[in-house]
Each structure stands twice: as C-alpha cells, then as structure tokens.
Design a protein around this ligand. Structure first.
Ligand code: HEC
Ligand code: HEC
Length: 332
C-alpha cells in the first residue's frame, strides 16, 4: 500500500518486557500510510519474539500525537486518516465499497478542497484519434455534450492529472439535444467550448474557429468506420451551430428518425469529431501554429457588412449564417 515512503526506523530499546519503541519517520515524498512492512527494512524476521511494539510517527519532523501505531509481526500499522491528513491529503471513507479514498496533490501542502487551481489549466498535446473514439463511445453514456467533454477531460486526467481529475463529468449531461432537447447550441460544441475555456485565455478565438468549422463540416466524418455500429452514413453540412439545424437536416436527408439508432450513431460520431477537432486546435495553439482560418461564406458575408453592428444593423447580434433563417433581400 505504501509505495514511496522513505522510512527511517530508529530502534530504541526501552528494556522492559520486550517492548521496543520505534520511530517511523515519514518524509515529504510520501503520500499515505496504511500498513508499512518494516520487516524488510529492518531485517527483522516476521513472527519472531517481537510480537507487539508501540511506534511514534514523525511527519516532517513533527511527531503526531494521539495516533496509535503499532508493529505486529513485523508490520507497522497506523490509522490512515491522521497520517494522510497530516500530509495535506483528503481522506474519504466510502462505506458501500469499503474503500479509503486518499487524494493528495503533493505531501505537505494544503488539502485540495482549499485550493482553487489557477486559470488557465495546464495542457499537454493529446492524440486527436484517441479522443475521437472516446467521444463516440461516451456519447452513448450521456449524450453529445457529455461525449465530447468527457472524452477531452478523461484524456486530460490521464495525461495531465490534477486539476482535471477534480471535475465530475456528469455535469455535462444537460447539453444533450442542444440543452435539454431545446435544439440550441450543439452540445458537442458546448462541451468542447467549456474545456477550451479552462485551458486558454484565447478561448474566444479557438471557439470561434471550432464553431465556424462545425457549420461547414460534412458530418459525420468517416473516421469511425472501424468501430462504429452503423457504417457508411450519409453526411450533411448544417451551416449552423444549432443542434436543431444540424440534426434535423441530417435526419431528413438520411430518412432517419430523430429518436433512433441511426441518429444516435451519427451524433456519437459528431461528438468524437468535435472532440478531435478541439484537440487539433489546442495542439496547434501550443505549437504556435494556430491559424484563424474560418471566414463567413459568400452566402452571408455581405449581410454582415451592413448588419454586423454597422450603419444598417446596429442592433443585430450573431455570426450564424443569416440565410438559413432569412431571405436575402439584396437579391430580389
Ligand atoms: C447593403 C446593406 C445590406 C445588406 C448587404 C443586407 N441588408 Fe438586410 N437590411 C438592410 C437595410 C437598410 C434594412 C432595413 C432596415 C432594417 O430593418 O435594419 C435591412 C433589413 C433587413 C431585415 C429586417 C427587415 C425585413 O423584414 O426584411 C433582415 C432580416 C435583413 N435585412 C437580413 C439581411 C440578410 C440575411 C442579409 C444577407 C443575406 C442582408 N440583410 C443583407 C441592409 C442590408
Ligand atoms: C437561426 C435563425 C436565424 C439566423 C441564423 C439569423 N436570424 Fe435574424 N432573426 C431570426 C429570428 C427568429 C428573428 C426574430 C424575428 C421576429 O420575431 O420577427 C430575427 C430577427 C432579425 C432581424 C430583425 C428583423 C425584424 O423584423 O425585427 C434582423 C435585422 C436580423 N434578424 C438579421 C439577421 C442577420 C443579418 C443574420 C446573419 C448574421 C441573422 N439575422 C441570422 C432568426 C435568425
């Protein structure tokens, strides 16, 4: 149980009734103490005359008082909670599974619950294909926002660890169907954007690029063919970041139901594709190779000239393709 404890054991013979007093010194590098086998270190043969010994635990030069520790048959045993907490870790007892959960950033620091990690959080380049597949798989556990965000977070938890490990991924379930089925912002975009915002102060430019790309991309990509349930699905371009437009257009083109296995497989692939694209963008950002490539298409770029806060449209807000909802009154 104890992996890295640098333990030094002082044996001080006290000379009464074979009871020995020991000091167990726990250094700054150690994380938790459950049972420490000192026999190997000391060269004591377990099961010899030393049947029970009292032990003093010293953490970072301070003895822990009131912590009963003993050596029984060569195994040093101490209560987990006071020892772990003295090292700045958090201890939870999970009754159902009889588990002691110890969470620590580093020994000797304040408990994690009291730390607000500085923003933005650290990023390490990820493999787009790893998150693409995980995004696809996790869609089936909680919808598109969950699929995309959890693929990114769980991979970050694996590659970076803290503080990503502190986020309960179930918080991303609300985004399914464009927020509780309302068909507004595609949940995959919603989830990816939140993760992007955790990672970079340049979140707006990265999110702008991601959403712009989404509106023009023929979903779903063919990169899931080796593991997906339904192969060779037809693709459509949403021209919109709205779940409503994205799904409805596709479902009609595919002759599929909005509540059905075909649509689920398509949206699972979208979850993976958006997660993968997010990683590509973040990777390019850390490499200093990020390019803002997205531009409004010819279909509506001219609308923005007049309506984007300009002379004729000071009250119009948004970057979505106008022609998916309005007629082009300049072409009559
Ligand atoms: C040359 C400038 C110009 C361009 C380009 C332009 N508009 Fe307009 N638009 C106007 C003006 C002027 C009005 C009338 C005043 C108003 O309602 O803001 C107007 C009105 C509108 C209105 C509200 C009035 C209505 O009932 O039609 C909509 C919606 C609109 N435009 C959408 C668009 C879209 C979509 C495009 C691009 C496909 C576009 N406009 C391109 C200048 C422009
Ligand atoms: C997702 C659909 C959608 C998109 C995309 C969209 N609009 Fe609209 N727009 C609406 C709706 C809905 C209204 C409110 C219409 C109403 O209630 O009369 C509106 C209102 C407007 C109005 C005011 C019209 C009025 O009569 O009050 C203007 C101007 C306008 N939009 C311009 C634009 C422009 C320019 C773009 C592109 C940058 C755009 N819209 C994109 C749906 C959309």
């Amino acid at each position: 149980m104890l992996a890295e404890t640098k333990e030094k054991v002082d044996r001080e013979e006290e000379g009464h009734e074979g009871l020995t007093r020991r000091k167990l010194l726990v250094g700054a590098g150690s994380l938790a103490v459950g049972a420490v086998t000192s026999a190997g270190v000391l060269g004591i043969n377990p099961g010899t005359a030393l049947s029970k010994e009292d032990v003093t635990i010293v953490v970072n030069d301070k003895p822990l008082s009131g912590v009963p520790a003993t050596v029984v048959k060569g195994v040093t045993t101490a209560p987990v909670r006071p020892v772990a907490e003295s090292l700045g870790a958090q201890v939870e007892w999970i009754k159902e599974s009889k588990t002691v959960k110890i969470t620590s950033k580093a020994a000797g620091t304040a408990p994690i619950a009291n730390q607000v990690p500085e923003w933005p959080w650290p990023y390490k380049k990820l493999d787009p294909e790893v998150v693409r597949k995980l995004g696809y798989e996790n869609y089936f556990k909680g919808g598109c926002m969950f699929g995309t965000a959890s693929a990114l977070l769980l991979t970050l938890s694996k590659e970076v660890g803290f503080p990503y490990t502190t986020i309960p991924i179930d918080i991303y379930k609300y985004g399914a169907g464009g927020a509780a089925g309302w068909g507004t912002l595609c949940g995959s975009l919603n989830g990816a954007s939140q993760v992007i915002n955790m990672i970079t102060k340049d979140f707006s430019k990265v999110i702008n690029e991601l959403i712009g790309w989404y509106t023009e991309f023929p979903f779903p990509s063919a990169k899931h063919e080796s593991y997906c349930k339904i192969k060779n699905q037809i693709t459509t371009v949403a021209k919109s970041p709205l779940c409503h437009a994205s799904i409805t257009k596709w479902a009609r083109a595919a002759g599929a139901k909005v509540k059905g296995a075909d649509k689920d497989d398509r949206c699972a692939k979208v979850s993976g594709d958006v997660a993968a694209r997010t990683v590509e963008l973040l990777n390019s950002l850390v490499d200093g190779k990020f390019i803002a490539a997205y531009k409004a298409s010819d279909e509506f770029a001219h609308c923005l000239k007049c309506h984007d806060g300009g002379q004729f449209g000071p009250d119009q807000l948004g970057k979505m393709n106008c022609t998916s909802c309005h007629d082009d009154h300049t072409k009559k």
